[in-house]
Design a protein around this ligand. Structure first.
Ligand code: BGC
Length: 737
């Protein structure tokens, strides 16, 4: 680490550019194209299979080789047997952990804890780099407002600000503040851009995002990642306004290079250069290569189109050598800045101590849990008074499922399941009876209902572990109906008849639509897929050894048909309000159209989510009071300081995530009804109170305006500080010219 820091310190911009130019001068066209070529490792003879191409300088990066001996052998060939001796980028999707798995990104986002998110990325980097991996395809910072889209699991939720802050923390963790050390991974901001808006929440689908919304909602997290020093970007599979992202000169050249001055590398998504042909944007791989290279894709992930066609495009004079040099220079710059050219990449760092990772992901899992409901203080459970619990459901003891999606290397043997944790942590105190009841969350066989009922009747409380297996979310795993799969809802209703407290722990890769079942739970914890240490984290919270502190990073719909539903929606000209909403069951017979509220709502679902963005309960109670602003009016360039008193008025210690929202009351383009602009995690003992301060500058209130420029506008603003996106104390201020 010390050595790496020294290397970086001496690597000023000029030195790096001199090194890049010197390399380019020595390289043949074939070798240059090699740096743009990413190949995959398949089959048992990876080294033998890839050796000739690497030796010839025709490969710059290799995806999916995780055997450290194979990595070392490949790096050896690249460094010692190829003419230029340039090390390889060895890439892998290390998304939320490597062998030790942290909660899904959407779960980590529920912690609203950038330090913790950074630490999770750090430990993943330490574990993965020990196997020779030096590049991860994370963070995924696509704004995800449609939970039908399976990839919402990998996202940091619906909000640009929260996603930006947490995405930047992940970048910093993987790259360890870009120190170029052996235990770091080059990070990759993906998918640039707009992928989360895939129509109907169906993966890979077309997106329709007007430029103003693209700039105000979808692009800001990528800009935040860039400011955090992310070295690479990945293009999105999707098209916007008729142009697939992999050929979008608007996104890759105009925004990324010209406006943001990005000087790292862009990688296509898997086979996405070839898929330009399938999109119907061009006729063949030659044209696809031309379009991607012109737009600014440096690295071709596995389609081999670049390798096959870039040389001829240069020979035909369609692509200039300058263009090729720019692309290759961007890749070389990443390799230099990541320290690959200066350290011995065959000397792999030690794997970190296992306990370090386990302790961290346990803490992360605990902070990712969101308490959605807790009637009559059902939770926490009391080991002193509880004699027996029934543990029911297909997800109580599934070491692999609790890891969630994108865990190629996750070691399920390390998993501690809720059942294991309940049995070991309650041994000698509380009896645990486990009935699976359903084979999977999708099963429709009800024969397990009766044994579950017996267990419920014999117990003091029923703990139901339900939700979705890992396979039901993630890439290419989308659902149109996002209610609880199979007959799980029936199982809940069935067990309710036992008359015992029904406590749900739902594990899933997306917000589920719980409107029709929520009333059946006395208490409900939303656990996402919590990772390796799901069990201890959940038991800690169930039994009050820790107070839940998670808050939703995404809105929960009442029913599937409401999506997309998100807090930062526009006001519209006809906003809904409780007085204007009517339910389909209440429409009087013979009513005419005009007797209904003429506002924006659904007859069967109203207009509110079941649980709003930012929502989450605690075992204690927090009071907000005395919101003050230091100024009621500010000028452009000035700041306003908002302060509030937060008191823990309950009788347990706890952590509150204090949220600051604003609304720009009118603008040259319509503005969201609320926007998150800050948050703080605050831990308080019972009775303790603290004054919490936020500072907002007019830059924080800037947005892309009607004329395309970026800046704040004069006018009135609302400001709220509170516990969620639909709550809080209110104040207002004005920006004057
Ligand atoms: C995904 C990317 C991923 C890549 C490499 C693609 O299918 O969209 O997010 O990084 O595969 O595995």
């Amino acid at each position: 680490m010390g050595k790496a820091r020294e290397i970086n310190a001496t690597q000023d911009k000029q030195t790096i550019e001199t090194r890049v130019r010197a390399l380019l001068e020595r390289m043949s066209l074939e070798e240059k194209v090699g740096q743009l070529n990413q190949v995959q490792a398949t089959g048992p003879n990876v080294v033998e299979d890839l050796a000739p191409a690497i030796r010839a300088g025709r490969v710059g990066s290799v995806i999916n080789v995780v055997d450290p001996e194979a990595v070392k052998a490949l790096q050896y060939i690249a460094i010692n047997e190829s003419e230029q001796g340039i090390p390889l980028l060895i890439c892998r999707d290390v998304i939320h952990g490597y062998k030790t798995v942290a909660p899904l990104p959407i779960g980590q986002a529920a912690s609203w804890n950038p330090d913790l998110v950074r630490d999770c990325a750090r430990i993943a980097a330490e574990e993965a780099s020990a196997d020779g991996i030096n590049w991860t395809f994370a963070p995924m910072i696509d704004i995800a407002r449609d939970p039908r889209w399976g990839r919402i699991a990998e996202s940091l939720g619906e909000d640009p600000y929260l996603t930006g802050v947490l995405g930047a923390a992940m970048v910093d963790g993987f790259q360890n503040s870009a120190n170029g050390g052996a235990d770091t991974l080059v990070a990759c901001a993906k998918h640039f851009a707009g992928y989360g808006a895939s129509e109907a929440g169906r993966d890979y689908n077309t997106t329709n995002i007007p430029e103003n919304e693209l700039r105000n909602v979808y692009l800001p997290p990528f800009h935040a990642a860039l400011k955090a020093g992310v070295e690479t970007f990945m293009t999105s599979f999707s098209d916007i306004d008729g142009i697939p992202a992999t050929a979008s000169d608007f996104l890759l050249d105009q925004v990324l290079r010209r406006e943001w001055s990005f000087d790292g590398a862009v990688v296509s998504d898997w086979d996405a250069i070839h898929q330009l042909v399938i999109h119907g944007l061009c006729e063949n791989d030659i044209e696809a290569s031309y379009l991607a290279a012109q737009a600014g894709v440096e690295i071709d992930m596995i389609s081999s189109a670049y390798e096959r066609h870039l040389p001829e495009l240069v020979e035909q004079g369609r692509l200039s050598m300058d263009r090729i040099d720019t692309l290759v220079g961007n890749v070389l710059r990443v390799k230099i800045r990541a320290g690959l050219m200066d350290r011995d990449v065959m000397a792999l760092p030690e794997e970190p101590a296992r306990m370090k990772g386990l302790n961290l992901v346990r803490e992360a899992a605990q902070q990712s849990l969101v308490l959605l409901k807790n009637e009559r203080a059902t939770l926490p459970l009391d080991v002193e008074t509880l004699k027996r619990v029934a543990v029911v459901g297909p997800l109580a003891h599934e070491p692999a499922e609790q890891l969630g999606t994108w865990v190629f290397d996750g070691d399920a043997e390390r998993s501690v399941t809720p059942l294991m944790a309940l049995e070991s942590m309650l041994a000698g105190q509380v009896e645990v009876e486990h009935v699976r009841a359903l084979e999977t969350t999708r099963s429709k066989d009800r024969s397990g209902f009766e044994p579950a009922m017996h267990a419920a009747q014999a117990a003091d409380a029923v703990l139901l572990f339900l939700g979705e297996e890992a396979i039901l979310s993630g890439e290419a795993h989308c659902r149109a109906d996002i209610s609880l799969p199979g007959v799980q809802a029936e199982l809940v209703r069935h067990l309710r008849a036992a008359g015992k407290p029904v406590i749900g722990v739902l594990m899933a890769g997306r917000p589920l639509a719980l409107g029709s079942i929520i009333d059946q739970f006395d208490a409900l914890i939303y656990a996402w897929h919590p990772g390796t240490m799901a069990g201890p984290a959940i038991v800690d919270v169930l039994f009050g050894r820790a107070s839940p502190s998670g808050k939703l990073p995404v809105s929960f719909p009442v029913m599937s048909g409401q999506v997309p539903i998100y807090y930062a929606h526009k006001q519209t000209g006809r906003p809904a309000s409780p007085e204007t909403v009517i339910h389909i069951d209440d429409i009087p017979s013979g009513a005419t159209q005009t007797s209904l509220g003429m506002t924006t709502f659904h007859l069967d679902a109203g207009y509110k989510p079941l649980f709003p963005f930012g929502f989450g309960l605690s075992y204690t109670h927090f009071d907000y009071s005395d919101l003050t602003l230091d100024k009621a009016q500010i000028l452009m360039g000035e700041r306003v300081r908002a302060e509030v008193t937060l008191q823990n008025s309950g009788d347990r210690s706890g952590t509150e995530i204090v949220q600051l929202y604003i609304r720009d009351r009118f603008g040259s383009v319509t503005r969201p009804v609320r926007e998150l602009k800050g948050f703080q995690r605050v831990s308080l003992e019972p009775g303790e109170s603290q004054r919490i301060a936020f500072e907002l500058s007019t830059d924080d209130l800037a947005f892309y305006r009607r004329d395309g420029s970026f800046g704040a506008e004069v006018g009135d603003f609302d400001l709220w500080i509170g516990p969620s996106s639909t709550d809080g104390l209110h104040a207002s201020f004005r920006i004057n010219a």
